[in-house]
Design a protein around this ligand. Structure first.
Ligand code: ATP
Ligand code: MG
Length: 476
């Protein structure tokens, strides 16, 4: 359903075109989504009016794609795309048509559209024109090319990803001929700019059925090529798919990408490189990478833990706190949420000598054999308190008990402060009391203080912090 204001504005534009003596219809995605009872986010209009005629009728407009016949009309605060009936031909680069011809018959225009469910139009009187059985395919929940699938995918290779995206987002099947055509033309996707590929894969991954979409991508062979910017093989994707059960449970796009890259075995550094190559915006990229860095910090903590040594649990707690401080609370929380969604709690919380299922827990995938006793299990229950943490000697006697996400959350919650800004001492005060010029040492020392306060070794008190700074400086 379109927001009422948008539907009204689009109605005004269609009425204006009709009053000017032209034909005009609502078309494409807005009709499809309206018929499915899904939210309509934009309304496209198709018309017999030539672009200049559209511009003459609506002075407030932008000639968005004049050569292709698209004018964006600004009406009552909404941007509406008005496109002249057209046909296309000569897709030399497997993406854009070389020739666009304006035509007089709306059916000709519908014929150039990708899928039957996107090739329906509707007049102001509510009457629909549906020459390719789009409505029936909506009922059948089927993605089907208009015309000969192989030809349509060869013309414009992006349609193959759109096909997978619609099948995934709408949870539709793909018609046999359409799928066959896609398989025959899949190599043509190499002609599509990485930004366009990324935009479609984003919509697949961030949609309601990401696992289905990834499964289709896997089976289609559209993506895996074993070389940048898609460094995975089909085997990599198949192995990852088995670890993605919780993908749809994650609300945040950042965590979905993090889980996917985690399942694909990407290091934080290679994920960073990959997301750059995929032209992700910086904020998304750094958010995803920070979550993977928490994973690496925690994996390193687990693999260096010696469960039999006294104080092993306390050392793990400090390593976790250092990870929270180093990569941010949001990334640390993200990592825990990801683990829980990934179903890490399927692993039984066993103690010393745990093997078998524990090895399947994502967070312990990189754990060295010496640390297999430290099983990280997800536990999203009520927050634990320190009282739940066995004391160090008990841990030493019986190895480290299972470290749950609940326990890690409680360790985070108990940190009195989490950022340098919260530290009750300024860099200026520290340099003054130590009578030293500021330099790289200052940042190191402030972080030491932060870690000491966050871990509960030191009260966040100005005087005590200055004294500690003097001690640390002396000991250094
Ligand atoms: P959404 O807006 O949810 O992505 P949509 O179907 O509206 O879905 P748009 O990119 O807005 O997609 O395109 C509007 C319409 O233009 C489509 O419904 C379809 O009729 C046509 N269309 C878009 N891209 C292509 C394409 N690559 N090949 C053929 N027709 C296309
Ligand atoms: Mg649209």
């Amino acid at each position: 359903m379109a927001p009422p204001g948008m539907a009204e504005a689009a109605g005004t534009v269609v009425a204006g075109l009709l009053a000017g003596g032209h034909e005009a219809y609502f078309v494409g995605g807005c009709l499809r989504d309206e018929l499915l009872g899904r939210p309509v986010h934009d309304i496209d209009i198709t018309t017999s009016a030539l672009p200049e005629e559209v511009m003459a009728l609506f002075p407030r407009c932008v000639p968005t794609g004049l050569a292709h016949g698209t004018i964006t009309v600004l009406q009552e605060g909404y941007s509406l795309e008005v496109t002249t009936y057209r046909t296309e031909s000569g897709y030399a680069d497997h993406r854009r048509p070389e020739h666009v011809v304006f035509v007089r018959d709306v059916r000709e225009d519908l014929r150039r559209r990708d899928f039957t469910i996107n090739a329906i139009c509707c007049g102001l009187d509510g009457e629909r024109i549906d020459p390719f059985g789009g409505e029936q395919d909506l009922q059948l929940r089927m993605i089907r090319c208009v015309g000969e699938a192989e030809e349509r995918f060869e013309e414009d290779a992006l349609r193959m990803l759109r096909c997978v995206r619609f099948a995934s987002v709408l949870d539709f099947a793909i018609a046999k001929n359409t799928w066959r055509g896609l398989l025959r033309q899949r190599d043509k996707l190499a002609h599509i700019a990485v930004e366009r590929v990324r935009a479609e894969v984003e919509r697949i991954l961030e949609g309601p059925h990401p696992q289905r979409g990834l499964g289709l991508l896997l089976r289609s062979g559209l993506l895996p090529r074993g070389k940048a910017p898609f460094p995975w093989t089909g085997r990599d994707l198949a192995a990852a798919a088995a670890r993605l059960a919780g993908l749809g449970n994650l609300e945040s796009a950042r965590l979905r990408w993090a889980l996917l890259l985690h399942a694909l075995g990407s290091s934080a550094a290679s994920a960073d490189e990959l997301l750059r190559a995929w032209t992700f915006p910086g904020a998304t990229r750094t958010g995803v990478v920070a979550v993977l860095r928490v994973r690496e910090a925690w994996d390193a903590a687990l693999s260096s833990a010696r469960p039999e040594a006294s104080g092993a649990g306390e050392r793990l707690r400090r390593r976790w706190i250092a990870a929270v401080l180093g990569h941010g609370q949001s990334a640390a929380e993200g990592w825990l949420t990801l683990l829980e969604a990934a179903g890490a709690d399927a692993a039984p919380a066993t103690g010393a000598g745990a093997t078998g299922p524990a090895a399947d827990v994502p967070a312990t995938a990189a754990v060295a054999p010496a640390a297999t006793a430290c099983v990280l299990v997800a536990d999203a229950g009520a927050p634990a308190t320190s009282a739940d943490v066995p004391d160090a000697p008990a841990m030493a006697a019986s190895s480290i008990p299972p470290v749950t996400t609940r326990l890690l959350r409680s360790w985070t919650a108990e940190m009195p402060i989490r950022t340098l800004a919260e530290l009750a001492v300024s860099g200026h005060e520290v340099t003054a009391v130590l009578e030293k010029r500021p330099g790289p040492w200052l940042g190191v020392l402030l972080h030491q203080l932060l870690l000491a306060v966050a871990a509960g070794d030191l009260a966040n008190d100005n005087q005590l912090l200055l004294e500690a700074a003097q001690r640390m400086d002396r000991d250094e």
